[in-house]
Ligand binder design. Structure first.
Ligand SMILES: [Fe+2]
Length: 257
């Protein structure tokens, strides 16, 4: 899910209330063909421009299997590996629900896929963004632990009225982060890995800023979710950013001005 800063829900609830059946049988032949088209196009576009952990995850989870992935089949591989599982939702979920899910190693996946007429324009993230962009990274044990930790940080930050701190950290790493990997600048974030237009732009444009990632810098850096990013934060390494986020306590986070 392309996470964004939104108001939290005001009624008592649990994240389970947002889960719906994936209803995989309802995907049409054209839906599956759209997945195959997006997958083939994006793999070719990315080539080796994405961190190796991502490419490993594509293979480990057999995401190249044709058609929209069946979440039950995906979970049968993912859950024994890292304890993460996917659940279907109808669209963006509120931030507090989203972070609560992450803190329990549950990742929400839209139960729909874009239409052929809108391959490159999405009003909200569909299952291609969620599954192709995010799930490969959850097959990595360290990244899997980090995302769970982000869920806990998010819950704590929202409780303190500072949810934007974690939304920004998530945005500048998990969604739109870049990283040094194997001696080269690579795509780290799911928003970039799943984007046809912004993937190359993020690495190659001369008109954007690229600054080193740190938790305090990310937490202080606002973002927009409706345009290509004017600024990307670059991790020294995937492991370095994972370690820095894992070492961040709620107290340290909330001390960031
Ligand atoms: Fe996302």
């Amino acid at each position: 899910m392309l996470h964004r800063a939104t108001a939290t829900t005001d009624q008592p609830h649990g994240w389970q209330d947002y889960v719906v059946p994936q209803n995989w049988d309802a995907f049409t032949a054209d839906d599956h063909a759209v997945w195959d088209l997006l997958f083939a196009r994006q793999v070719q576009l990315l080539g080796s421009r994405v961190v190796s952990v991502f490419l490993d995850g594509i293979d480990l989870l057999r995401l190249s299997h044709p058609g929209v992935p069946n979440l039950d089949e995906l979970n049968a591989i993912l859950e024994p590996r890292t304890g993460w599982r996917t659940v279907a939702v109808t669209g963006l979920v509120p931030d507090d629900i989203f972070f609560a899910m992450l803190s329990e190693r549950v990742f929400p996946v839209g139960n729909f896929i874009r239409k052929r007429e809108q391959l490159d324009y999405l009003e909200e993230p569909d299952c291609f963004h969620d599954l192709f962009g995010h799930i490969p990274m959850l097959a990595n044990h360290d990244f899997a632990e980090m995302i769970e930790h982000v869920g806990g940080l998010g819950t704590a930050a929202i409780a303190a009225g500072r949810g934007e701190l974690v939304a920004r950290i998530y945005w500048h790493s998990v969604e739109f982060g870049l990283a040094q990997d194997g001696g080269e600048l690579k795509i780290l974030g799911a928003g970039l890995a799943s984007s046809f237009g912004e993937a190359h732009f993020s690495l190659e444009s001369d008109s954007v800023e690229r600054l080193p990632f740190s938790v305090p810098r990310a937490a202080r850096t606002a973002y927009r979710n409706d345009v290509f990013q004017p600024l990307y934060l670059v991790s020294d390494s995937v492991a370095g950013t994972v370690g820095e986020i894992l070492a961040t306590t709620p107290e340290a986070l909330l001390a960031i001005e």
